[in-house]
Design a protein around this ligand. Structure first.
Ligand code: NDP
Length: 330
C-alpha cells in the first residue's frame, strides 16, 4: 500500500515538495479493528492551517506522518463487533490506500439512495458549516439580502441554497464565468459576481444589492470582504467562516480595513468553528438530509481520479479548480 506524509512545512503556497509518497505494509488486524478501502478522500482548505506549526483549533500535522482528513471508505475486513465487510464508513483517517484502524475512529453511514461522497460534502463537514453559519449566525429573514463569498465551493453552494429556502435574496461571489453560470442556472442565485473580472467590487455589490446587505457569509476575506462590508446595512450579521484569500500569506496585512464600518453599521461579526456545534449536528443532519431527499438541496462535486492526485487536488483549492466539493476518488 501507499501513504502520503507531510514532508515539510510550506512557506506560502504548498508545492509538490510539501508531500512525500511512501510504500507501506498493512499490518494484520487486531481485535476491534477494521481494514478499509478508501472510496473518496476529501481535500479541504483548513488542512493548509494544519500544515503550519501554529496554535489553532486543530493541532498541527506532525512532520513525516500521514496527512489526516475526511475519508469515506468501504470495510474490507472487520474484527469489530458492530461493522462487517461491505459497510460504508466515514471518519478522519490517514491518507493511505489501505487503512487498518480501530473501529471507534469511524461511523457507519446510510448509502441507501445517498451517494457515499455526500458524507464529505453536503451531508458532511461543509454542509454542517453552511447550515450553522447561516442559520445560527446569519439568521436571514425572508426578503433580506444574503451575500456569500466562495459561493461555488463546497460550503458556499449549500449556504446559497439554504438562504433561498429561508426566503432571502442571494448574491454569490465566485472566481470564473463557469461558476457564475452554475450558480445562476442550477442554483437560482439572484445575482453572481465574478470577482476576477470585476474592477470595482464595492460598486458591483452595491448594484447587485440595491437594498444593502443584511447577511454576509464570508469564506474568503481580503479585498472581497472589504467590498462587501462597505455595503452592509445597519444590524447586518457576518458569519466569519473562512479566510482562504489569506491562508498562504506570509505577512499579516495591516490597515483600517473593516472594523470602523462594523462599528458604525452596528454589525455583528462572529467567527465560528464547526466542531463546536457537535452537540447540535443531529438537528442539522436531519434538516440537510430531508432537503436532499426532497430535492430542495442539490450538490456539485469535482472528483479527481486517483490517490496520487491528492496533492494536486489540494493545491487546486487555492486556484479555484473546483466547482462544489473537491474530492479524490482513491
Ligand atoms: P471551497 O470548495 O470553496 O474551495 C476553495 C475555493 O476558494 C476555491 O474554489 C476558490 O474559488 C476560492 N478561493 C481560493 N483562493 C481564493 C482567493 N485568494 N480569493 C478568493 N477566493 C479564493 O472550500 P470550502 O467550501 O471547503 O471552504 C470554504 C471556506 O470555508 C474556506 O475558507 C474554509 O477554510 C472555510 N471553512 C471553515 C469551516 C469552519 O468551521 N469555520 C469549516 C469548513 C470550511 P474561486 O474560483 O471562487 O476563487
Amino acid at each position: 500500500a501507499k501513504q502520503i506524509v507531510l514532508a515539510e512545512r510550506p512557506k506560502g503556497l504548498p508545492t509538490a515538495a510539501t508531500f512525500r509518497f511512501e510504500d507501506i505494509e498493512t499490518p494484520a488486524l487486531q481485535d476491534g479493528e477494521v481494514l478499509l478501502d478508501p472510496l473518496y478522500i476529501s481535500v479541504d482548505p483548513y488542512m493548509r492551517g494544519r500544515m503550519n506549526d501554529a496554535k489553532s483549533y486543530a493541532p498541527p500535522y506532525p512532520l513525516d506522518a500521514p496527512i489526516v482528513g475526511g475519508i469515506v471508505a468501504k470495510v474490507l475486513e472487520s474484527k469489530a463487533a458492530d461493522l462487517t465487510a461491505g459497510d460504508t464508513v466515514v471518519g478522519y483517517l490517514p491518507w493511505k490506500t489501505k487503512i487498518a484502524i480501530s473501529a471507534t475512529e469511524v461511523r457507519k453511514v446510510d448509502v441507501n439512495g445517498i451517494p457515499p461522497s455526500y458524507y464529505l460534502g453536503v451531508l458532511g463537514m461543509p454542509g454542517l458549516t453552511a447550515y450553522f453559519g447561516l442559520v445560527d449566525i446569519g439568521n436571514p429573514k425572508p426578503g433580506e439580502t444574503v451575500v456569500v463569498s466562495g459561493a461555488a465551493g463546497a460550503v458556499g453552494i449549500v449556504v446559497g441554497q439554504i438562504a433561498k429556502i429561508k426566503g432571502a435574496r442571494v448574491i454569490g461571489i465566485a472566481g470564473s464565468d463557469d461558476k457564475v453560470a452554475l450558480l445562476k442556472e442550477k442554483y437560482g442565485y439572484d445575482e453572481v459576481i465574478n470577482y476576477k473580472t470585476t474592477e470595482d467590487m464595492k460598486a458591483a455589490i452595491a448594484a447587485a444589492a440595491p437594498d444593502g446587505v443584511d447577511v454576509y457569509f464570508d469564506n474568503v476575506g481580503g479585498d472581497i470582504t472589504d467590498a462587501v462590508v462597505a455595503n452592509l446595512n445597519f444590524f447586518a450579521r457576518i458569519a466569519l467562516c473562512g479566510q482562504i484569500a489569506l491562508y498562504n500569506n506570509t505577512k499579516v496585512e495591516t490597515g483600517p480595513r473593516i472594523l470602523p464600518t462594523i462599528l458604525t453599521r452596528k454589525a455583528l461579526i462572529k467567527g465560528f468553528i464547526i466542531g463546536d456545534y457537535a452537540p447540535r449536528f443531529g438537528e442539522a443532519m436531519q434538516a440537510l438530509g430531508s432537503w436532499v431527499k426532497e430535492g430542495k438541496l442539490q450538490y456539485t462535486e469535482t472528483i479527481v481520479d486517483g490517490f496520487d492526485q491528492l496533492p494536486e487536488a489540494f493545491l487546486g483549492l487555492f486556484s479555484g479548480q473546483n466547482q462544489g466539493k473537491m474530492l479524490v476518488k482513491a
